[in-house]
Design a protein around this ligand. Structure first.
Ligand SMILES: *[C@@H]1O[C@H](CO)[C@@H](O)[C@H](O)[C@H]1NC(C)=O
Ligand SMILES: *[C@@H]1O[C@H](CO)[C@@H](O)[C@H](O)[C@H]1NC(C)=O
Ligand SMILES: *[C@@H]1O[C@H](CO)[C@@H](O)[C@H](O)[C@H]1NC(C)=O
Ligand SMILES: *[C@@H]1O[C@H](CO)[C@@H](O)[C@H](O)[C@H]1NC(C)=O
Ligand SMILES: *[C@@H]1O[C@H](CO)[C@@H](O)[C@H](O)[C@H]1NC(C)=O
Length: 429
């Protein structure tokens, strides 16, 4: 077909796609994000710091809400303060910079900014957020300030602050309005800090029940959030989670004017469904490599804001405090796939084959995520689950000291690479 005719017939379309390309271009010229989450610090998670929960001596303390509710308030406050003072310090930022990482994602709950009547959360996190921004600036790290828990809970996960069967955020306008106000407060607090380059208005809204209604609430909240960030701190990027919906669904959402400086965030795990846990290593890797389309096909730049090297759900309390693992059949309704001992705990005890597999799994994921805008590993530290800890990966060698170093850089192009490392993960090591 003559070139001129082609241009003519697709004029409307090419005009449209060049508008998208222009939008995307602004980000393609940015450096890729090599980031890590600072999980379990300003928002507690039982599996990241089991000791904080065990020290309460109360099995009903399963999240940050019950941590404030079910123990002596002075004791709870003292325990939290000691934790905030020690879990992440300036030295962590130094190590993160030394490991060649460019960004951290810092989860914080709404209760750091306000609490309503009857909400037992303990606040006091704001000075730590500000200290983190100063440390980040000192070591040349950028921060994604991530609102991780909203009033009523946006997903019912313990990591929203409040474990609930039916999360209440999206069903209650007051909760949503309070969240917009909290986002305003949070943005005001960090707006003059250059290190705070990205604002995440809310982590992992879940649209499990009444999905159409909740997707509608989520989109309206994203639009209101964009207004808050773009009017208060126009030079900062707003990053929107995909609400666990697909890249096809979001497509070119918010990619055209009046929007700008928006990125998408998707979270990729393979350990929370029986079907995925049954994959052998080769299958785990190929399912990662297939996701490259999902980090490249959206009009806006896409970051994988959470991912892990875990191949099982064996980490203690990962599915909730005192809840078992699907892997070894101790989770309600699950079957025994293997024993847990070899797959979690201290990196010192990991076999050399397992460590090699973790290295290859890291390379498969990082090469794939870098086809998009980059990544934030979940998470920097964990007390007793080295497979989830970037710091342990560096220490025990399955994460390279330079994030652009790939030992298995061709793992997505050649399936024999993963197959040669395939431990039969359904048996115990
Ligand atoms: C508070 O902590 C102290 C010291 O750990 C302990 O002896 C005391 O029993 C705790 N008080 C309550 C009410 O839990
Ligand atoms: C909505 O949430 C607010 C707290 O944000 C609470 O005071 C109010 O009772 C809730 N409304 C309903 C109908 O549950
Ligand atoms: C995506 O959003 C649509 C529209 O609200 C909804 O019908 C669908 O269930 C959602 N899909 C997923 C996977 O959440
Ligand atoms: C990934 O992309 C494929 C191909 O476009 C699509 O079918 C799938 O739904 C996407 N998955 C997610 C989770 O976005
Ligand atoms: C992994 O599973 C796939 C699909 O069941 C199978 O074809 C392949 O042989 C397995 N790989 C190894 C190394 O066991």
């Amino acid at each position: 077909m003559p070139q001129s005719l082609l241009s003519f017939t697709v004029l409307g379309l090419s005009f449209f796609s060049s508008a998208l390309a222009a939008q995307k271009q602004q980000w393609d010229t940015e450096d890729k994000i090599h980031g890590v989450n600072l999980g379990g610090w300003l928002v507690l998670e039982p599996w990241i710091t089991p000791s904080l929960f065990e020290a309460t001596g109360n099995e009903n303390i399963v999240d940050e809400w019950t941590f404030g509710e079910l123990q002596d308030r002075d004791n709870a406050t003292a325990a939290l303060k000691a934790h905030w003072d020690s879990w992440i310090t300036e030295d962590d930022f130094k190590q993160i910079a030394k490991a060649g990482l460019t960004h951290v994602r810092l989860p914080i709950g709404y209760w750091a900014f306000e609490t309503g009547p009857g909400e037992p959360y303990i606040s006091g996190q704001q000075p730590y957020l500000l200290a983190a921004l100063d440390w980040a600036a000192k070591y040349g790290i950028k921060v994604n300030v991530d609102l991780h828990g909203a009033p009523g809970s946006q997903n019912g996960f313990d990591n929203s602050g409040h474990l609930m069967d039916v999360p209440g955020w999206a069903y209650n306008d007051t909760n949503v309005a309070r969240t917009v106000a909290v986002l305003q407060t949070m943005t005001d607090l960090v707006k003059d800090h250059e290190a705070a380059s990205i604002i995440a208005p809310l982590n992992e809204i879940l649209a499990k029940s009444s999905p159409d209604m909740i997707m509608g609430v989520a989109k309206k909240y994203w639009e209101d959030s964009y207004d808050v960030v773009s009017t208060t701190a126009p030079e900062k990027i707003t990053i929107l989670h995909d609400v666990f919906n697909t890249s096809d669904y979001w497509g070119d959402y918010m990619s055209e004017k009046p929007y700008g400086s928006v990125m998408f965030d998707t979270h990729i795990y393979q350990v929370f469904a029986d079907e995925q846990l049954k994959w052998n290593f080769t299958e785990h890797v190929s399912h990662i490599c297939e996701r490259s389309v999902n980090v490249t096909e959206m009009a806006l730049p896409t970051v994988v804001g959470e991912w892990t090297l875990a191949l099982t759900d064996c980490a203690k309390y990962l599915n909730g405090r005192l809840v078992g693992a699907r892997w070894d059949g101790t989770y309600p309704g699950s079957e025994h796939l293997g024993d847990c001992a070899a797959w979690t705990g201290s990196g010192e005890d990991f076999s050399s084959e397992y460590k090699e597999q973790l290295r290859a799994f890291r390379d498969a994921q990082v090469t794939t995520w870098l086809k998009g805008q980059g990544y934030f590993f979940w998470t920097w530290k964990a007390e007793a689950a080295a497979e989830w800890s970037y710091q342990d990966g560096l220490k025990y060698g399955w994460i390279p000291q330079n994030p652009n170093d790939f030992k298995y850089g061709d793992i997505c192009d050649d399936s024999s690479v993963a197959a040669s490392l395939d431990l039969d993960i359904s048996i115990s090591l």
